[in-house]
Design a binder for this molecule. Structure first.
Ligand code: MN
Length: 262
C-alpha cells in the first residue's frame, strides 16, 4: 500500500507533464494543485515530449535548470523529470503525490502505452508515490476548455488521496471531456478501451515529390463498449477515471505456461 500524507504538514505536490514547461495545461494543473496546497513543485521538460512514453535518458547527462522558487526544467523526458525531482531535488522530503498534465489531448484506450503524460505518473508510481495523469480531450476548431479541468480536478484529487488502501503499482488515469465545466456528464470510474492510434495512416507526397506517411489519431466509436474510458469521454461527455496497473504479467497465461514448461 502507498501511505497517505502525514497530517501535520501541508500536502506536498510535484507536477510534471509531457507538453513542456510553457504548456497552458501545466499552468492549469498548477492552479488545480494550488487549490489543495501551497507546497507545489514544478519539474517539467524544457521541450515538448508528447508520445515519449516511459523513455529514460541514459546516454547523455541531464541539465536541471532552476526557473524560480520550486520551479525547474529538465532537458529530458517526463520520466527523467520525475526521477530527478523525487530522488535528487526533493530527496529530503519527497512529494505526497505527483500530478502529470493536464495533457493537450486525450489519453484513452491504448494511448496509455504511448503517452508521456502517463509515463510521468508511472515513474512516480514505481518510486512508491501516488500519481494521477490528467488529459483534456480537444475539439476541432475551438480552444481547449482548461476551465473544465480546473473545476473538476481538485475533487478528483481529494477523493483519490482519501483512499486509505491505494495499492502499490497503481496510478489513476483521468480524462476530461471537451465540454464546458457545467456540461460535464459526471465522473465515471471505468476500464480503458482497446482502441489504438495509427489505424489511419495518411500517405502523401512531399513538395519534392517523395512519398511520406503520417500517423493519424485513433478515431471513431464503432465497437467501443459503454463501460470504457473512450465511451465516457467521447460519447457521454463525462470524466473518466481508470486505475492503471504497472504489473504487466498476465497471470492466467503464467499459470498455463508453467504447466506447459513444468
Ligand atoms: Mn502531450
Amino acid at each position: 500500500m502507498m501511505s497517505a500524507p502525514a497530517g501535520d504538514r501541508p500536502l506536498r505536490i510535484l507536477i510534471s507533464n509531457d507538453d513542456g514547461i510553457h504548456a497552458p495545461g501545466l499552468a492549469a494543473l498548477e492552479r488545480i494543485a494550488r487549490q489543495l496546497t501551497d507546497d507545489v513543485w514544478v519539474v517539467a521538460p524544457e521541450a515538448e515530449q508528447s508520445a515519449a512514453s516511459h523513455s529514460l535518458t541514459i546516454h547523455r547527462p541531464l541539465r536541471l535548470k532552476k526557473v524560480s522558487d520550486r520551479r525547474y526544467t529538465v532537458d529530458g523526458t517526463p520520466t527523467d523529470c520525475v526521477l530527478l525531482a523525487v530522488n535528487h531535488l526533493m530527496a529530503d522530503q519527497r512529494p505526497d503525490v505527483v500530478l502529470s498534465g493536464v495533457n493537450h489531448g486525450q489519453n484513452l484506450g491504448e494511448d496509455v502505452t504511448y503517452s508521456g503524460t502517463i509515463a510521468a505518473a508511472m515513474e512516480a508510481t514505481l518510486l512508491g508515490i501516488r500519481a494521477f495523469a490528467f488529459s483534456l480531450r480537444l475539439r476541432d476548431g475551438r480552444d481547449p476548455d482548461w476551465a473544465t479541468a480546473e473545476r473538476w480536478g481538485p475533487d478528483v484529487i481529494r477523493k483519490g488521496m482519501a483512499l486509505a488502501d491505494w495499492p502499490r503499482h497503481v496510478l489513476l488515469n483521468v480524462n476530461f471531456p471537451a465540454v464546458e465545466p457545467d456540461e460535464v456528464a459526471g465522473i465515471h470510474v471505468v476500464r480503458h478501451a482497446n482502441r489504438k492510434a495509427g489505424d489511419d495512416l495518411f500517405e502523401r507526397m512531399d513538395p519534392r515529390g517523395r512519398p511520406y506517411v503520417w500517423i493519424g489519431a485513433a478515431r471513431g466509436l464503432k465497437d467501443i463498449p459503454a463501460d470504457t474510458d473512450v465511451h465516457v469521454v467521447e460519447a457521454l461527455g463525462g470524466i473518466s477515471i481508470t486505475p492503471i496497473h504497472l504489473d504487466l504479467t498476465h497471470y492466467q497465461t503464467l499459470a498455463r505456461l508453467q504447466e506447459v514448461f513444468g
